[in-house]
Each structure stands twice: as structure tokens, then as C-alpha cells.
Write a protein that binds this ligand. Structure first.
Ligand SMILES: [Cu+2]
Length: 343
């Protein structure tokens, strides 16, 4: 009898934030939830992102127009002569969470990144198309350690803060063979965006709120800052994200999400004088800007491994607004898959 009573108590004690598909945010949101005392969690996220074509000040731009841009590194060639065609980024994020108390959850996360870019080369003088080539880099990208602090939690709403440190571990000096505007092959330092890291250290600050309108409708918001505190010669710009999401619960084990993400990032700070390929990505002002993305996703609870239920999630993210600085590649789509397990 006692066993049945405690089982009934357990079922009714699941708030909307408990063991439900809707209890975690869309998978593209980081550090969206805390844990109860003694609980730990393992998470794996795999993401694929593709960019294709180029935009200048928010408008599509053709290769021939890009070839009229000045090459700031040298006057031979006087203009940009290498043009990105497409780029893909594969990311693997492995994270662990552990709550030493109900108020504090610790989080450790590492990221592996694999970048690949196809480019066209044009002759420095005649501007004839000479051919295309590929560059790639893959490495452990960064590691971060955060503390999540519960601020308030009741049946309808919960707030938590995150404070963390992120260290970039990936190489910032990878080289690759490129086809030059003189129609020769040369090994050069990869442009900033193709490096696996910038060797910098950043502070991470975030505030997250989840608000359940009813048992089946949930709104979430997160504001997240990534602020550089130390770097070598150069570092990627400070970043602010604002995520705002709505989730609908079909049932306990299956939920839908839609998410808006606004990102603001500063230009690259500092430079490496050896990054001089006549391509837009070698220019530090062609980084950062303001973008808006829309994500659609699903969360599932299922039993693959023994123990607590396994969480699976998927999200597809498409850009809806670009105000990228200068001349940059155009985002096409990002796919994110996630697996999470609590112990
Ligand atoms: Cu967790």
C-alpha cells in the first residue's frame, strides 16, 4: 500500500518542468534548465550548419561584384580574387551537468568543430575563373565551465542565472593549400573564420526564464552574453544572444517548439598580419553583425537505455534576418540533434 501511495505522490509531483518532453527548452538553447540536488546529466549535441553564397550589407552579391572589392592586404592583386562558394560546419558538443544542491547546478561542456569551405579563384589581372579548391580544419574547439544558480521557482515560472568561463582550445594557426590568383598552389594560413579557435578566454553570463501558461503551453526566454576577457593577437567579437521560444506539449513524452534567436556579434578584435589571402574572410571587419533566426523543433522522451528516460531532440534553424557586417557568407540552414540522459 505504501508503495502505491508513494507512486501516486510521484506522479502528481511532476510539475511541467519535471519529467516531460516540454521540461527542456529547444535543443539549440544552452544551459536552459537546472537540476535537483544529487542529479547529474550527460548531453550530446550534433549540429550541421551550411552557408552558401555571399551578402554585402544585407544584400545578395555576385562573384563578379566581389572581385571589384579592394584587397586591403596588398596591391597584387589589387582586388579580392578568391570568393567563397559554400561552407559547412559540423559541431559535436558533449556536456555534463551535476547539481550539488537544489540551488546550484554545475555544467561542463566541450565542443569539437569540423569546418570545410569551397572557394573559387580568379586571375589577379584578367579576372578569368582559374578553378576552385577546398580548405578544411577540424579540432577540439573550446571548453566551458558554468555555474547555474536558481533564482526563483514556482509551479508556473522559474528563473536561473548562469555564470561561466569559456576557453578556446582549437588551433588559431592552421594552414591549407590554396589556389592563388597567379594560378599557383601555395600553403597559407587559413583566414580567421576557418580557424578552429582564437585562443581566447571569455566570460559567459545568462539569464533564463521559463513560464508555463498552462500544462501544455510554455514560453521561455534567455539572454546570454559572451564577453572576451583575454586573448592572443586577435579574438572573435563579443556576442549577445536572445532566444525566445514557445513550446506546445502534445503529451508527456512529445512536444513541439518554435524559437526566435537574435544574435549580435562584434567584429574581430586585433589581427594576425600573416592572414593575407585575397579573400573576404581575411578581413577582420567582415565578421559579426546582427542576425535573426527561426527554429522549429521537437523533444521526445523514450527508453533506449536502462534507467531514467532518454531525451531526444531535433531542431532546424533557418535565418530570417541579416545585418552582417561588411561582406560575408549567407547562412542557409542549421540542423541540431540532441541526446540527454539524467542519472
Ligand atoms: Cu541537464
Amino acid at each position: 500500500m505504501h508503495r502505491y501511495l508513494s507512486l501516486i505522490f510521484l506522479i502528481f509531483s511532476f510539475s511541467i518542468f519535471g519529467s516531460q518532453a516540454i521540461g527542456h527548452a529547444p535543443i539549440g538553447v544552452m544551459a536552459d534548465h537546472a537540476h535537483e540536488k544529487g542529479e547529474s546529466m550527460l548531453s550530446i549535441r550534433a549540429s550541421y550548419m551550411k552557408m552558401r553564397g555571399n551578402i554585402s550589407e544585407g544584400n545578395n552579391i555576385s562573384d563578379s561584384e566581389i572581385l571589384t572589392f579592394e584587397n586591403p592586404h596588398s596591391n597584387s592583386p589589387a582586388n579580392l580574387s578568391v570568393v567563397p562558394i559554400e561552407m559547412s560546419m559540423k559541431m559535436l558538443m558533449i556536456g555534463g551537468m551535476y547539481a550539488p544542491s537544489d540551488e546550484i547546478t554545475l555544467m561542463l561542456m566541450t565542443m569539437f568543430m569540423d569546418k570545410s569551405m569551397n572557394l573559387n579563384t580568379f586571375h589577379g589581372m584578367s579576372r578569368n575563373h582559374l578553378g576552385s579548391f577546398n580548405t578544411s580544419s577540424e579540432d577540439l574547439s573550446d571548453i566551458s565551465f558554468s555555474t547555474l544558480i536558481n533564482i526563483t521557482e514556482n509551479k508556473k515560472s522559474r528563473w536561473h542565472a548562469e555564470i561561466g568561463l569559456r576557453k578556446s582550445l582549437g588551433s588559431n594557426s592552421k594552414k591549407a593549400k590554396m589556389l592563388t590568383p597567379m594560378n599557383t598552389t601555395m600553403t597559407m594560413l587559413l583566414p580567421y573564420g576557418m580557424q578552429s579557435g582564437d585562443k581566447s578566454t571569455s566570460l559567459v553570463f545568462a539569464f533564463t526564464n521559463a513560464y508555463s501558461l498552462s500544462d501544455i503551453h510554455l514560453f521561455g526566454n534567455q539572454l546570454r552574453f559572451i564577453q572576451n576577457i583575454s586573448s592572443k593577437d586577435w579574438h572573435f567579437g563579443n556576442k549577445i544572444y536572445w532566444d525566445s521560444w514557445y513550446q506546445y506539449s502534445f503529451n508527456r513524452v512529445f512536444s513541439f517548439s518554435s524559437r526566435l534567436r537574435f544574435t549580435h556579434q562584434e567584429q574581430i578584435s586585433g589581427s594576425n598580419i600573416l592572414i593575407t589571402a585575397p579573400v573576404q574572410t581575411s578581413i577582420t571587419s567582415n565578421y559579426g553583425g546582427f542576425t535573426g533566426d527561426l527554429g522549429i523543433g521537437f523533444n521526445f522522451l523514450t527508453s533506449i537505455f536502462s534507467g531514467s528516460e532518454d531525451r531526444l531532440a531535433v531542431e532546424i534553424v533557418k535565418p530570417i534576418h541579416y545585418e552582417k557586417n561588411g561582406l560575408q557568407m549567407k547562412d542557409e540552414v542549421q540542423l541540431i540533434f540532441g541526446f540527454q540522459k539524467s542519472f
